[in-house]
Write a new protein. Sequence first.
Length: 217
Amino acid sequence: MKILRFTSVRLFLSAESALYIWFLLADLFGADSKYVKYTAIVLCFLFALYLALRGGDRLMAAALGLTVAADTFLLLLEDLYGLGVALFLLVQILYLFRIRRDTGRQTRLYLRLALLSAVLCLEYLLALLTPLHILAAVYFSAFIGNVIECPRGGLFFWGLLLFLCCDICVGISNAPALFPVRWERFAHIGMWLFYLPGQVLLVLSGITVSFKERSTV
């Protein structure tokens, strides 16, 4: 890939790889890794901001900024979960803007309403219709809709897909009684196994032609 020739990208990937290995090993051995994980996400935002300032996609920098804010509540503080989910919903709205910009197509509202209805029905059957779960249903249905409507094959699509795999693991972890024990054990590690690579790909998808032409590092 052409972008990997940039020194700045290589440094970013090296730093993220080191943090990734660090927290995966910590998770395997039961050590606290939330500060390492949070550092990795902050680094994603800072690099997205760097790209935006050099001609890259500003929308991606804004989305990563909201991602850091959401992880501040969900990961670092472990508090105000509703606010964290709401911030991630805003992230998906920004990603929808990018999808519409990249494809030039209107959003398929019928698809998104059908997805939301299906998720809410599932929550009703599982007796999970609390305000937080309803907000999570809106977020998750919007996320699935973005993955379905996203153009296939690029860094942005694969980043969204890995991000979605992370959220599926989060759902399994939050409802362990509904799944086999081995699924819950994998989901505990799988969340960040998928999450950080997904965020890194989303950041790199913000490298535009204008950045490639202007970059000298």
